[in-house]
Design a protein around this ligand. Sequence first.
Ligand SMILES: NC(=O)c1ccc[n+]([C@@H]2O[C@H](COP(=O)([O-])OP(=O)(O)OC[C@H]3O[C@@H](n4cnc5c(N)ncnc54)[C@H](O)[C@@H]3O)[C@@H](O)[C@H]2O)c1
Length: 343
Amino acid sequence: MKKIDITGKSSTSTILVGERLENLHRYLPVENPIIITDHVVLDLYRQKLPKAEIICIGTGEENKTLQTVESIYERLVQLGADRTAFIVGVGGGIVCDITGFVASTYLRGVRFGFVSSTLLAQVDASVGGKNGVNYHGYKNMVGVFNQPEFVLCDLELLQTLAEKEIQCGFAEIVKHAAIADADMFTFLENNAEQALALDHAIVEHLVSRSVSIKAAVVNHDEHERGERRKLNFGHTFGHAIEKVCGLPHGQAVSIGMSVAAALSVRRGLLAPEEATRLNNLLARLNLPSSTDAPWNDVLAALDKDKKREGQAIHFILLKQIGEAVVDSIPLEELRAVIPDHAC
Ligand SMILES: NC(=O)c1ccc[n+]([C@@H]2O[C@H](COP(=O)([O-])OP(=O)(O)OC[C@H]3O[C@@H](n4cnc5c(N)ncnc54)[C@H](O)[C@@H]3O)[C@@H](O)[C@H]2O)c1
């Protein structure tokens, strides 16, 4: 088991990679915790949960709403939960994001922790203290920064994950290596097939390194004013592709990383062989570099985001594998690299 600390402005979070769900009771400061989970995770893992009140929510982005939050507040009131309550989110990124938001706002904040059960939640969503929900179709529009007291990343839970969910996690793992850790990138190149097969030691190393990289960035820039933006590598384009074509997040981010690498080469920042290394690794992890998306619509979605933010689009580019820089890029420049990414 590996232990990594994140020091937020208001509190510290301890991430335990490799700790098991059945040991959750050891970390609970109260006898009667409240667990928030979704029905898929509950059906699979009910037997492993400690004695607790359980609040079960639906799955999918359509449930990541203020309505779900309100229904949880209602249950908390019914249960008589007071300021001494301790809430644990057991699930993927959606459960963690909702749990963190509910716990941070109910009675102006009660204590909380997570057991993250998807690869994406373990390497990304449960780490860093961003909690929130979607609002009128806008992703993560309403939320708070607040660190959970602990996050248990139980690697055994990954065995029941659908392949699409594993892909989402690997896209974020590649992202972390590409922006911050050349050795981790080489490790991935040397162990891609074992990683995909969820070899325990390989996955433990990759999750720990990912958490450490995100923790280091968040420790410097919890509220995303500068350095934390680098974690958006592949996401500027990725979000637009996801919105326009409905591709799964991991696939969209993968294409976004490939586009960002091509832009980096075009700007003379990155050697072409390094972009090829990235594309080859993505392919070995069954992640795409291109799409038959209607690219004009993708660019229009990017432009709309830019207008919404009232500023230039910040793109994360690579100087080399393991080192990222933030820059703003005109849409016309993006058009030039698109033919290489259109099927
Ligand atoms: N807060 C952050 O910093 C941050 C970062 C990245 C993503 N996110 C958010 O995370 C969310 C996506 O998270 P996700 O990819 O974990 O999706 P998710 O929470 O929707 O989980 C994916 C699916 O897997 C199921 N599942 C969960 N654990 C399982 C297990 N062990 N075995 C089998 N099935 C299991 C879930 O029921 C769900 O159907 C998005 O809403 C995104 O905005 C947040």
